[in-house]
Each structure stands twice: as structure tokens, then as C-alpha cells.
Design a protein around this ligand. Structure first.
Ligand SMILES: *Cc1c(COP(=O)(O)O)cnc(C)c1O
Length: 484
């Protein structure tokens, strides 16, 4: 039986269903499997010709007991999670014609046009599946730096077992992202605009943690989260590393690099776990914007919290890379007491200087770069001018980072740059980069045009008193659940 424990070591081991529905472990830690499955080269080879959903089924089967979800049910959950994708291949690739060693992995063909859809559809389906079976209902809360909220809101449409509350910081996300949440017509989906956030979505993460800690509220509302603290998100994201690898190497066993625009480290944590499972990764290129918390951790061995600044690649404007602690748990050989100490220091805002051995262990195989807005924009411009291919600001950060570290990449290894959003979500950045008022066709999307023709439905509150106002609003909205 596959068991899950908190990376901080508290509580007792739980089954997969509990780990998913609880989101965060009761001791404030992150759920991790007691061990990671190991995948041999032979097994990898046998997966080479699988399409994305078939591969997802194989990999997820290693983390989920048949007694919890039968194969037929798991198949259906996976297929349903990707049925709404706009591209028949789900996750296609594009090789830069001007730089053949750079391949773009397009993770943005889901219903809300960001890589968050890759895991979210599946995880929300899982919630609905478990809750239906139990005859229960829950409230899901997510804070968003722009893309998690739309993905969670969209995935929740028509799911009668959950109410979803998507909280976003005013002024930190694009109008397109906002409209993706506020124009959804579904009684169980609620968009909350929060004014006066000084640290973007990090502020909202802290507030949600407060609400979760309020025991009577938590009991009444049955709160959970589908932020990347939820194991289901990270687990599902391991798949696109295996898929990207198998689709792009000539021979299984040769190394492939991955460049990942990173904020909360959920995506890259999944990649690092895939490497632990046996994926032959060359280098990871950790790509930050000017909010370079992760870059400082990996290159200097120092964790410290800085103020969040607004960048062109706004979805990675984050200073709390929570999933780093999940990765660290495995890479230092599962020492929960150490993780507990560090996580608690980080929560207090204490600066942490990792000892040399730990720093060496976790930074093995990682290259890092912090990319300025100026370079982000010029990368978008250059690639578009040379080959008519339009990068979104986050993919541009990954491409720029790859070029920045190119001297440290060995000879003829190829790099997969993870394109995490569709450019149409960031029209203002694209206009600025291309120095034009008219967006090229690649910077538009029919779904976003459609969203402009609806009224917006928004709850608004101020960060300053939102613990009180939001909890009252949530209770009033879900009062029907307790009525006889
Ligand atoms: C969320 C997001 C990221 C960062 O992913 P993490 O898992 O938080 O590191 C990168 N790009 C886009 C477009 C995103 O929405």
C-alpha cells in the first residue's frame, strides 16, 4: 500500500485519498510518498511511443493503489482531465529554427491557456470523484499569481461536490487572467479580488494559511486547497518531464536539459522528483525573473525573503517557493526533523544559510539565472523577428536563461524550454516587446475574446480585514449545505 507522510514528520502516514483531500498535512508540512518509485531504462524505453495521456496513466499508476482507484476509473479521470485541451496532442513541441538545440514544450493548450491546466483538471476531477464516493462536500481555496485561479475555477465548473474560491491580488494579474475567473457562469465558482496586497499572491497564501488554522471555520467549511502544496499537482506534473524527454531524445539514456520558469517551484520540484525516479536529466536551468528567491537559494545557498516586485512574467512574481521543501526532503535523504526546522525558520522570515554539504546536495545538476524584464522583452522580440514564433513572457525567461548558461551546458545536449503560458494572456507585454499597438494573431485567443463579451462577477474585499469579511461571505454562501 502506497503511503503519504508530512515532510515535516508530524502525524501518521495516510493513504492517497487523504493526502489529496487534505491538501496540506495537519502539521503544516507537505505530503510526500514514503518512497519514490524507481523507473528503469528498460521501462523508460518501453514507454517511448506512448501518447501523453497513456504515459500519464502509467506514471500515475505508480503512485496510486488500485484499491483506491481502479484502472478503469483512473483512465477515465486522466482522459476527462485532458478532454478540454485545445490541441489534439495535448502537449506539442516546437524546435527553434534558428537554434536547433532549443525545443519549446508548449504546456499551454489547456482550457485556461497555462501550464496550470495540465495538473488542475485531473486534481479537481480527483476531488470530485472521492467526494462523490464519500457523499461529502468541500470548499477549495486558491490564491493565484494569475494562472492557478483560472485553472481551478474552470476545472470546478459543474462539480457539485465543491465550492471553489479563487483569490487574486488586485494589480498583480492581467485583465485577461481576471476575466477568465470572473466571467465563468457556475454557481459554485467564486472569484475574489483582494485590494491592498503589498506582496502579491504571497500575502494571500499567508491569509489562506490563517483561515486553515482557524479550527472551527475549517471544520464548518471543510476547507482544502489545490495550490501546488497539494501532492496531486506535483505528481501530475512529473508526467510532462517524462513525456518531453521521450519525445525528444534519439536514444533513451542520453541526457536532456530542462529550462523551467519558476515561482513556487511546483513545476521544477516535479522535474527534480522525475530525476530522482530515474529520468536522465542533463541540467535543470532554474529560470527566475527579477524576483530571484530560488536563484539565490541554488547559487548562494541562502534562503531569504525579499519584497515581491512586479515583473513582465507576472506568474512567477513569488518569494515563497514552498515546493523547494518537498524537493529538499528527498534530496537530503528524508530527514523530516531538519525540514521542519528550516520550514519554520522560513515561515518566520528568518534568513537561512544552508551548510555546505546540503547546498551541494540540492544544487547538484542545477544552473540558474535571474532574467531582467528588459532581456525578457528583447527575447520575445528577437525570436518573433527571426522566425515568427511568439513566446509568452515566461517561456521567454526560460529561453533567455538557457542562452545565459549555454557555456555551462555540455556540447551537443538539447534543452527543453517549458512554455508555461499562451502569449494571449499577456497582451500588454507582447505589445511592448514588439513595439506595436496591433497584436499579431498568435497573441490572441478566441476564448479570451469571448470572455470580453460577458459581465464580470466579483467579490471584492480589502486584505486588511479580509479574514473576517471573507470568512463571513464564504459561510453565507455555503449555508445551504448544512440546511436539512
Ligand atoms: C505558475 C506559473 C509558473 C511557475 O510555476 P511554479 O510551479 O510556481 O514554479 C510559471 N509560469 C506560468 C505561466 C505560471 O502560471
Amino acid at each position: 500500500m502506497i503511503r503519504y507522510v508530512s515532510n515535516k514528520g508530524g502525524g501518521t502516514p495516510v493513504d492517497f485519498e487523504t493526502a489529496i483531500l487534505t491538501g496540506k498535512a495537519p502539521d503544516g508540512g507537505l505530503y510526500v510518498p514514503t518512497s519514490l518509485p524507481k523507473i528503469s531504462k528498460e521501462q523508460l524505453k518501453s514507454w517511448k511511443s506512448l501518447n501523453y495521456t497513456d504515459l500519464a496513466f502509467e506514471i500515475l499508476s505508480l503512485f496510486i493503489d488500485r484499491a483506491t482507484i481502479s484502472s478503469t476509473e483512473l483512465r477515465k479521470l486522466v482522459d476527462d482531465g485532458f478532454a478540454t485541451f485545445y490541441h489534439p496532442e495535448r502537449i506539442p513541441f516546437y524546435t527553434l529554427t534558428s537554434k536547433k538545440d532549443i525545443i519549446i514544450q508548449e504546456l499551454f493548450h489547456g482550457p485556461t491557456l497555462s501550464f496550470k491546466d495540465v495538473a488542475m483538471g485531473f486534481v479537481v476531477n480527483l476531488f470530485n470523484f472521492f467526494l462523490k464516493r464519500r457523499g461529502e462536500k468541500m470548499s477549495i481555496m486558491v490564491a493565484t499569481s494569475g494562472d492557478t485561479g483560472p485553472a481551478a475555477a474552470y476545472a470546478s465548473i459543474g462539480k457539485e461536490t465543491i465550492d471553489t474560491w479563487a483569490l487574486y491580488p488586485e494589480g498583480y494579474i492581467t485583465e485577461e487572467q481576471e476575466r477568465q475567473m470572473t466571467t465563468i457562469v457556475a454557481p459554485n465558482v467564486h472569484a475574489v479580488r483582494v485590494t491592498n496586497c503589498t506582496n502579491g499572491s504571497d500575502d494571500l497564501d499567508i491569509l489562506i494559511a490563517d483561515l486553515f488554522a482557524d479550527e472551527s471555520f475549517q471544520k464548518k467549511m471543510k476547507l482544502s486547497s489545490v495550490n501546488s502544496i497539494n501532492w496531486g499537482r506535483v505528481m501530475m506534473q512529473t508526467v510532462h518531464y517524462f513525456y518531453g524527454y521521450l519525445q525528444n531524445v534519439d536514444m533513451v539514456g542520453e541526457p536532456l536539459n530542462f529550462a523551467v520558469p519558476s515561482g513556487a517551484f511546483g513545476n521544477l520540484c516535479a522535474g527534480a522528483l522525475a530525476r530522482e525516479m530515474g529520468l536522465p536529466v542533463g541540467k535543470f536551468i532554474l529560470s527566475n525573473n527579477e524576483n530571484n528567491c530560488l536563484q539565490r537559494i541554488f547559487s548562494n545557498g541562502v534562503y531569504s525573503r525579499e519584497k515581491v516586485i512586479n515583473c513582465a512574467s507576472s506568474a512567477i512574481d513569488i518569494s515563497l517557493p514552498i515546493n523547494f521543501w518537498r524537493y529538499l526532503y528527498f534530496v537530503i535523504g528524508q530527514k523530516p526533523e531538519k525540514i521542519k526546522q528550516w520550514m519554520e525558520e522560513a515561515e518566520k522570515g528568518t534568513k537561512i544559510a544552508f551548510d555546505e554539504k546540503t547546498h551541494q546536495q540540492f544544487s547538484e545538476g542545477f544552473l540558474t539565472a535571474s532574467i531582467s524584464d528588459e532581456l525578457t522583452l528583447s527575447t520575445i522580440q528577437k525570436v518573433y523577428a527571426t522566425e515568427g514564433y511568439l513566446l509568452d513572457p515566461h517561456a521567454a525567461v526560460a529561453v533567455a536563461a538557457t542562452q545565459h548558461v549555454s557555456d555551462d551546458l555540455s556540447g551537443n545536449t538539447k534543452t527543453l524550454c517549458l512554455a508555461t503560458a499562451h502569449p494571449s494572456k499577456f497582451p500588454d507585454v507582447i505589445k511592448k516587446a514588439l513595439e506595436t499597438k496591433d497584436l499579431p494573431k498568435q497573441a490572441t485567443h478566441a476564448s479570451l475574446e469571448k470572455a470580453k463579451s460577458y459581465c464580470q462577477k466579483i467579490y471584492e474585499c480589502s486584505f486588511n480585514d479580509m479574514h473576517t469579511t471573507l470568512s463571513a461571505t464564504m459561510q453565507a454562501n455555503t449555508a445551504y449545505r448544512t440546511k436539512a
